[in-house]
Design a protein around this ligand. Structure first.
Ligand code: TXA
Ligand code: MG
Length: 350
């Protein structure tokens, strides 16, 4: 299949027209959002939704997020909006926030993976919102990567994964948030973060008073435990390299990583924040920026760079789990297949 590419800087209007035409015809379009690139289809067109799973190679029980462009559209999807959901929608939309609500029967089960709930997000990016308005369709969209690979945060990533598999990609440059939206279950008394993202735990706490972080966000999903979010059970975000995450006091982390790096035979690289670079001397590294927000923005691109450079071993200098750091650690722990080493001051380094 021929994939049409549009640059949104110079071809916004023709891109929008073509994308709307494709969506209305039950076809797929990849576009930028503030979090990651999405691969969208008309949420109420079952064959279109099914073709998303095919193009990505995604398991059909992993449900999709439905994107809306204004508040009133929530009612087309959800049966009941809890007070917490209402508060969070007001506070965080448009933006990198997805809320889980009881679904209306009209929402196809192809979208929700057979669940009786639906994930809804109002993004802040102009193109997808204009696309919803122009096509008059709500858009179901997962991240626009091949299933299992890191989410695409730049046009080049989408092109590498999906060129020839979908009819159109809109190029909007790099994404500003860089990790996928926060997914929050608002069905009960206390909201539960199922996937951390750009809207942080601290921000939700300020709006709702209390919030719980699902234990699977950082921990191992217990065998046969029924996952609250089907996405939790799949290996995600993974580069080809073997990844080890090391957390703790920064000098101890660096000592641990340096020891292992020096013993390692294959091509290795260290991923760390700019400030930690001196701790690693001349060893190969990719710098991820100055704080948790920068790391979130740069993480997936760095993992793809590792693949492109044929890296076999990645050492990741852990970040604090405050703010967007929680999202960073959630993604990298998955990329590492839960290989994580926590070092403490004065503790033994093996
Ligand atoms: O930022 C984002 O959220 C991006 C952009 C394109 O909007 N989309 C995205 O979609 O990351 P995807 O499909 O890659 O991830 C959706 C996540 C999955 O982990 C899925 O299991 C979860 O949301 N999810 C969807 N519907 C759900 C539901 N009804 N209950 C629980 N989790 C749900
Ligand atoms: Mg995804």
């Amino acid at each position: 299949m021929e994939t049409a590419v549009f640059d949104l800087k110079t071809q916004y209007t023709p891109a929008l027209e073509k994308a709307a035409e494709l969506i209305c015809a039950g076809k797929l379009v990849a576009f930028p959002t503030e979090t990651v690139y999405g691969l969208g289809a008309d949420a109420f067109c079952v064959p279109a939704v099914k073709s998303i799973f095919e193009a990505k190679g995604r398991p059909s029980d992993n449900p999709l997020i439905v994107h809306i462009s204004n508040m009133s559209q929530v009612e087309l999807l959800a049966r009941k909006i809890t007070p917490n959901a209402q508060k969070m929608m007001q506070a965080f939309w448009p933006g990198p926030f997805t809320v889980i609500l009881k679904k209306r029967p009209e929402v196809p089960s192809a979208v929700t993976g057979g669940l009786d709930t639906v994930a809804v997000r109002m993004p802040s990016s102009a193109f997808i919102r204009d696309l919803i308005d122009k096509s008059g369709r709500l858009i179901a969209a997962p991240s626009a990567n091949l299933s299992g690979l890191p989410s695409p945060t730049a046009f080049e990533h989408v092109f590498a994964d999906l060129n020839g598999r979908i009819p159109m990609i809109a190029d909007g440059g790099p994404c500003s948030v860089g990790v996928e939206s926060t997914v929050c279950d608002a069905l009960g008394e206390v909201p539960v973060i199922l996937r951390p993202g750009g809207i942080t735990k601290e921000m939700i706490e300020r709006v709702c008073g209390a919030v719980r972080v699902h234990e699977a966000v950082l921990g191992e999903l217990k065998e046969r435990e029924h996952p609250a979010s089907p996405g939790m059970k799949y290996k995600h975000y993974a580069p080809k390299a073997d990844v080890l995450v090391v957390c703790g006091e920064k000098n101890r982390v660096a000592q641990t990583i340096n020891l292992r790096y020096d013993k390692n035979n294959g091509k290795a690289v260290i991923l760390c924040m700019d400030a930690f670079a001196p701790l690693y001397g001349k060893r190969e590294k990719i710098l991820l920026g100055r704080g948790e927000e920068d790391v979130a923005r740069n993480l997936f691109a760095a993992l793809r760079t590792c693949d492109a450079r044929g890296i076999e071993k990645v050492f990741f200098h852990g970040v604090d789990i405050k703010g967007e750091g929680l999202a960073v650690m959630n993604r990298i722990i998955r990329a590492a297949g839960h290989q994580i080493c926590i070092v403490s001051q004065g503790g033994k380094i093996d």
